[in-house]
Design a protein. Structure first.
Length: 258
């Protein structure tokens, strides 16, 4: 009878330990999922900012574009996201009974070779070069159209309009580049980051997060190109900036009275 009692007690103890282990595994899974949700939210945050940028750029609202730019940088900052990813990788290994990753290997993001950095870029020099080439084509076309004697005034108007359009198009393209950068992060990098994190693929997850961080850093110089292009547009034609242009003109007028 005592042996049966001991057996029952041992079985009850084992069942209790199994239930406790199951509860611990469940808690680990819950925490992992919460942390993974933070990784998944990167795409959602950048998507919202990309949507907002569309409206800000259409309105030539450069201050709102600047604010969104720094929010993009914040949403993709590797220093802030690495601790989250590190916890995901460690907790997944604990939950699954796998070998824990080398802590030194997940302590920092890897440096990516230049050839592996594929996010879109738009240096100011490239923007100006392409714009000047397009302007030359427009001017050549205008000269072909207004080539008769007495067309001088029409030709002058056409050339002025071509120059104005080219300057406006620079700002438009620079603004579009900011949105394309967001789209690259959303469509190309975030799915890879989420999948590698979910699968516990340490090397791929760290490399992808490094790519996200680098792409996010590109938002600030991209805004600077946009700001330079928009400033040129304002100088050339303040009214082309709509309400923002009107406010700037009023502010300049007020400064002139001080």
């Amino acid at each position: 009878m005592s042996e049966l009692t001991d057996l029952v007690a041992r079985l009850e103890r084992q069942v209790g330990e199994a239930e406790e282990a199951h509860q611990i595994a469940g808690r680990l899974s819950d925490v992992c999922e919460e942390l993974l949700d933070e990784i998944r939210r990167i795409s959602f945050s950048v998507s919202e900012l990309r949507f907002e940028l569309d409206g800000y750029i259409a309105d030539c609202d450069y201050s709102a574009v600047q604010r969104a730019t720094y929010e993009i940088r914040g949403a993709t900052d590797g220093d802030s996201l690495l601790p989250i990813l590190r916890q995901v990788l460690l907790l997944q290994a604990l939950r699954d009974g796998a070998v824990l990753p080398d802590l030194a290997a997940i302590e920092s993001l890897p440096e990516l070779p230049a050839e592996e950095v594929a996010h879109p870029t738009l240096p100011l020099e490239e923007l100006l070069r392409d714009s000047e080439r397009e302007l030359e084509e427009r001017e050549a076309s205008a000269r072909q159209i207004w080539c008769d004697e007495g067309d001088e005034a029409d030709l002058e108007d056409a050339l002025h309009e071509a120059r104005t359009d080219a300057i406006r198009d620079r700002a438009t393209r620079a603004g579009r580049h900011l949105m394309e950068l967001c789209e690259y992060i959303i469509d190309e990098l975030c799915p890879e980051l989420v999948t590698s994190a979910e699968n516990g693929n340490i090397e791929e997850a760290l490399e992808t997060l490094a790519a996200v961080d680098i792409a996010g850093k590109e938002a600030v110089p991209a805004y600077e190109v946009y700001e330079a292009a928009l400033s040129e547009q304002y100088t050339n034609s303040p009214s082309s900036l709509g309400t923002v242009g009107e406010h700037l003109m009023l502010f300049e007028s007020w400064l002139g009275t001080q």
